[in-house]
Design a protein around this ligand. Structure first.
Ligand SMILES: Cc1ncc(COP(=O)(O)O)c(C=O)c1O
Length: 387
């Protein structure tokens, strides 16, 4: 029987970690940032040894100056009569940053540990995940193969060629296309085929898979983020954290981190990709993979709370609720959100304040997960709205 560590090192190069950790070691990993107070949640001795083991099994390539800022939104707090804060993960990582940097720290950590020289990744045409991977690959001198899926019907020049797509080209990445947008396993298969082809040419490719049956390695980044938030909030913890839920990696990591460090903080996922019944099924499955990965049953089905009131008219398309949220945040706070993701996340606060699902006086955190390059990808749509 191989140990978790041996299993990890025996995986083929293009597989990411599917192995587990002993007990709660992974959750303690986020305490690696020496600037964070410990709050007495974990025994520091136990943490130190567990931490070493964790770092060895799940290597992480640091790309973010942490903690990202946590700031009060004064005018909106007054507007809604709540205590509203923003976590500036739009500042996390290179070039217009975003939540995906925290996830990619673990994928690149694994890729570098395996000696990879090429990263393969798949996502929508205006994917932030793909763009941030291309930026990190450029900084590391690795090649990036970006597979862009036709997930959104948007024929505008800005969607097809500006925003994230333009940045991908500036980073020198190679772009390939996949004709389907709702076929994650097919998209992964195409990436693995490309990886095999590159291997035959003498390359050392590493695939970052998308399908729901893979261990959500990137979720570890949001365990770290939860620890940061708890440290920043100090004695007055949040009643609720609102975060985007697409692949679900950020959402699941945040649930696990909050359960460990601030169990009374509720985590609400705002659906940006699919309706909440489908997203719930996905996250129930992925939470099992997460629990297996960390060898701790930390996330239960009950913890997975979702809201999909701003998803319409669909993934990657700006609807009324999201437009209103985008306008309000810009006008009252001078903060900008993107049409595909963060406008829909912020709408989750706006709408739920309006229909009293968020109680007056609550302390609420909006996780700004970035996506700002998308503003240029959606420029034609935005110009119409603001003309
Ligand atoms: C800006 C932004 N916010 C939120 C999300 C959703 O994050 P996750 O895929 O971890 O659920 C994404 C996903 O692409 C994103 O790009």
């Amino acid at each position: 029987m191989l140990s978790a560590k041996q299993q990890y090192h025996n995986l083929p190069l293009w597989c990411h970690a599917q192995v587990g950790l002993r007990s709660n070691t992974l959750i303690e990993n986020c305490k690696s940032n020496a600037s964070l107070p410990l709050f007495g949640y974990v025994e520091s001795n136990a943490m130190t040894s567990a931490l070493n083991e964790t770092t060895e099994i799940f290597p992480r390539h640091n790309m973010i100056e942490t903690p990202t800022p946590l700031t009060r939104l004064n005018r909106l707090s007054e507007h809604f009569d709540i205590d509203l804060w923003i976590k500036r993960d739009d500042l996390a990582g290179p070039t217009l940053g975003g939540n995906k940097t925290r996830q990619l720290e673990y994928y690149f950590g694994a890729a570098l540990a395996k000696g990879a020289d090429t990263i393969l990744i798949t996502g929508a045409v205006q994917s932030n995940f793909v763009r941030i991977a291309a930026a990190i690959a450029a900084a590391l001198g690795m090649e990036a193969v970006l597979q862009l899926e036709h997930r959104v019907y948007n024929d505008t020049e800005s969607y097809k060629n500006s925003g994230n797509v333009l940045l991908n080209k500036m980073f020198g990445a190679r772009i390939i296309y996949y004709p389907e947008g709702e076929d994650e396993n097919g998209a992964d298969k195409a990436l693995y085929q490309e990886a095999e082809r590159l291997t035959k040419l003498g390359k050392r490719p590493y695939v970052i898979p998308l399908g729901e049956n893979n261990a959500p390695l990137g979720a570890l980044g949001y365990v770290n983020c939860a620890a940061e938030i708890v440290a920043q909030a100090g004695k007055s913890q949040f009643d609720e954290v609102v975060i985007g839920s697409g692949s679900g990696a950020s959402h699941l990591g945040m649930i696990a981190g909050m359960k460990r460090y601030s169990p009374n903080t509720k985590v609400m996922g705002s659906c940006v990709r699919r309706k909440k019944t489908l997203q719930k099924q996905r996250l129930v499955l992925k939470s099992k993979h997460f629990n297996d990965m960390v060898e701790e049953a930390i996330i239960s089905d009950f913890d997975i709370q979702l809201w999909d009131g701003a998803l319409a008219p669909g993934y990657g398309i700006l609807g009324d609720a999201a437009t209103m949220a985008l306008k309000l945040l810009a006008k009252l706070e001078g903060q900008v959100v993107d049409p595909a993701y963060t406008a829909k996340v912020f709408a989750c606060i706006v709408e739920r304040c309006s229909d009293m699902q968020i109680q007056k006086g609550s302390k609420i955190l909006f996780v700004h997960s970035g996506g700002l390059a998308g503003l240029f990808g959606y420029q034609d749509d935005l110009v119409k709205i603001f003309s």
